[in-house]
Ligand binder design. Structure first.
Ligand code: FAD
Ligand code: SIN
Length: 536
């Protein structure tokens, strides 16, 4: 298969680009599962944007949104990137509305929500299922877009580059090896422009708000292809994931209770009913996420309680049903009426602030390779992402990356000039060997949670590095010896991404934003730079 644009991922970033790119050439857009298996479809709170004067919160401005983003980013945001993305907020909303997204509005004006770290109301939302609203609109538009081939169950394994084919003068991307999960065959997809829009890596941790598809495949593929990666130590933990030891199933284990709820007055309390966040930050429950997550972690360790609580009982009856119906109904299904009882919550891994290094136009350090959305590290988030800035970033960088590619579009497809070897399959693993995959998967996620989560130490990072070194070896042997399937591919990517997180964390000998270590508790002004790593 050959395409002018090969886009890997069908979240907001991938689909926003695919729909536009199809006006300029043939687009193939892959999803390793169903089209809606993405972080995008799970987003709750909304999308941050400063609207034109008459529609915005009085007093709000792009300058304020920029200042809030820089403040959350703890000295590592790239200011010009922040400025560019935030100034395109209003255009992004127009774009999404054009695709059919129906944001909540009242009396002809959008209803604007607030989340931690935002000084004004500027979050557009569709009740508490904003992501699903956006994903549905984009999928419907994409299905009706000529020149765009959407392929579900197509798992990108690795990028094909001239370097991997043995060329030495110039390294560039030529396409990807892709596992067709229906036939079990590995196919070659050629393109001079490959766009990673593969999302984040929440599944590297035992507890996460992310769906199962978030296994860091894009970062791992880019790493193996020799692209630069940065800031993987900055994993954002969302403060409020529903805690219910009795519940089972993916939804129950990773069910987010949106920060927008705190924006509407919900308060975090401990078992004694105390508003304990105030001891850590005068902004209380609406302080930036890193502060709130650390305060909860501290409170849980201090009291020995399994969780803290989010209290909305003081809100008017019917408020939850009206404004947060998804959360209300889901909790009710599990037997909790949150208008009458506080909601038990714990922090969980949520967002990858680092990723594949790109400029503001999605360009990576490898020719022909672009990265957009959560997989990329543009410099917008720095050491801590401001809530609801990522859907915005996904749409803006998709648009900009396409413009950049179009400026250099060449009618000749270079990737067709190369002989690309077909994939060599290994042996099919005996069923009793599959336990290796599940055991290693579990071990990685548990060790990352125990040793590399909200509060870190040098000693724990060293332990994690030692275990990961052994696990990497085992996974590599398994990978090369057996026929590939989605489980082994995800395990291979998870162990790589976990190693990158640990390597970046080891390099940062200070505490900054989301990276907090008791061995280096202070922020050191001379270390205000990105942690860049690359495979040699
Ligand atoms: P995704 O939407 O994650 O899409 C990734 C795509 O890549 C998927 O289609 C996946 O199948 C595909 N893929 C991955 N690997 C491969 C592979 N190897 N081969 C083929 N396909 C592959 N952000 C906000 O701004 N506001 C919010 O309110 C908000 N709420 C959130 C709530 C939750 C529960 C979660 C988990 C995240 C939330 N976020 C929110 C973050 C935001 O949703 C994501 O950062 C954003 O949607 C990422 O979009 P994306 O297009 O980069 O990736
Ligand atoms: C939330 O709704 O709390 C998540 C928002 C985000 O991650 O940006």
């Amino acid at each position: 298969m050959t395409a002018d644009f090969l886009i890997i991922g069908t979240g907001i970033a991938g689909l926003s680009m695919a729909i536009r790119a199809a006006r300029h050439g043939h687009v193939i857009c892959l999803s390793k599962g169903q089209l809606l298996d993405s972080n995008t479809a799970w987003a709750q709170g909304g999308i941050a944007a400063v609207l034109p004067d008459s529609l915005r919160d009085p007093g709000d401005s792009c300058e304020l949104h920029i200042a809030d983003t820089l403040d959350a980013g703890a000295g590592l945001c790239h200011e010009s990137v922040v400025r560019t993305i935030i100034e395109e907020g209003s255009r992004t909303i127009d774009d999404l509305v054009h695709y059919g997204v129906d944001f909540d509005a009242q009396d002809g004006k959008y209803s604007l929500g607030k989340e931690g770290g935002h000084s004004k109301r500027r979050i557009l939302h569709a009740r508490d299922t904003t992501g699903r609203e956006i994903a549905d609109a984009l999928v419907t538009t994409a299905r009706n877009t000529p020149n765009l081939t959407l392929l579900e169950n197509h798992f990108a394994i690795d990028l094909i580059t001239t370097g991997k084919l043995g060329m030495v003068t110039d390294d560039r991307v030529l396409g990807a090896y892709v596992l067709n999960r229906v036939t079990g065959e590995v196919e070659i997809f050629r393109s001079d422009r490959v766009i990673l829009a593969t999302g984040g890596c929440g599944k590297v941790y035992l507890y996460t708000t992310n769906p199962d598809s978030a296994t860091g495949d894009g970062v791992a593929m880019a790493w193996r292809a020799g692209a630069s990666i940065a800031n993987m130590e900055f994993i954002q933990f969302h403060p409020t994931c529903w805690y219910n030891p009795a519940a089972s199933g993916a939804e129950a284990r990773s069910f987010l209770v949106t920060e927008a709820l705190r924006g509407e007055g919900a308060v975090l309390i401990n078992q004694k009913g105390e508003d304990f966040i105030l001891k850590h930050d005068p902004r209380g429950s609406l302080a930036p996420r890193d502060i709130v997550a650390r305060a909860i972690d501290h409170e849980i360790k201090r009291t020995g309680a399994p969780c803290v609580y989010l209290d909305v009982r003081h809100k008017a009856e019917g408020f939850m049903k009206e404004r947060f119906p998804f959360i209300y109904e889901t909790l009710l299904r599990y037997g909790l009426d949150c208008e009458k009882e506080p909601i038990p919550v714990v922090p969980a891994a949520h967002y990858q602030c680092g990723g594949v290094v790109t400029d503001i136009n999605g360009k990576t350090t490898l020719r022909g390779l672009y990265a957009i959305g959560e997989v990329a590290c543009t410099g917008l988030h720095g050491a801590n992402r401001l809530a609801s800035n990522s859907l915005l970033e996904g749409n803006v960088t998709a648009r900009r990356a396409l413009d950049e590619m179009l400026a250099h579009l060449h009618p000749h497809r270079e990737s067709e000039d190369f002989v690309i070897p077909t994939w060599e399959h290994g042996d099919t693993a005996a069923p009793d060997e599959l336990v290796v995959i599940y055991h290693n998967w579990d071990e990685i996620r548990r060790l990352m949670w125990d040793y590399v989560s909200i509060v870190r130490t040098d000693n724990r990072l060293r332990r994690a590095a030692t275990r990961l070194r052994n696990l990497k070896k085992e996974v590599r042997e398994f990978y090369w010896g057996h026929r590939v399937n989605a489980d082994i591919l995800e395990l291979r990517n998870l162990v790589s991404v976990a190693s990158m997180i640990v390597d970046c964390a080891v390099k940062r000998k200070e505490s900054r934003g989301l990276h907090y270590t008791t061995d280096h508790p202070k922020t050191k002004p001379n270390l205000a730079q990105d942690t860049r790593i690359r495979k040699f």
